[in-house]
Every structure is written in structure tokens, then in C-alpha cells.
Design a protein around this ligand. Structure first.
Ligand SMILES: [Zn+2]
Length: 69
């Protein structure tokens, strides 16, 4: 995968992550909006993946895609 293909892949991953993260967040009480206990392990994994792809894009010299969060 060349740098251009990777940038497109990373941008697509970031869009998917943003869409999934929209279903998580404060849900009231001690639960995430997805129903898992807060802090939500799924959301934390998604946030780690988001940071990874953002870091990869920055290191490759690509501007970060528009934030969707
Ligand atoms: Zn959740």
C-alpha cells in the first residue's frame, strides 16, 4: 500500500470510527449510551484507533481529515 492509498484508507477508517463513536458517550447514570458501564471499553478502543490513524497521517505529512467529533 503506497502513501496515497494509506491516506485514503486512514481517512475512511477515521470516518467509520467517528460514525461508531457517535453511538457512544454519556448515557446518563454510570452507563455509556451503548449500555456498557462507563468508561466504555469499546469507545476507549475506538479512541485509541482514532489517535493511531491521526498520528499516522500526520507522520506521513497529510493534513488531518476534518474532525467529525
Ligand atoms: Zn459505549
Amino acid at each position: 500500500m503506497d502513501a496515497t492509498a494509506f491516506a485514503a484508507y486512514a481517512a475512511a477508517q477515521l470516518a467509520d470510527i467517528a460514525a461508531i463513536l457517535a453511538r457512544h458517550g454519556p448515557g446518563g447514570g454510570a452507563c455509556c449510551a451503548c449500555g456498557r458501564p462507563d468508561p466504555c471499553p469499546h469507545a476507549e478502543t475506538l479512541l485509541r484507533h482514532r489517535a493511531h490513524y491521526r498520528r499516522c497521517l500526520a507522520q506521513a505529512g497529510y493534513p488531518p481529515p476534518p474532525r467529525a467529533d
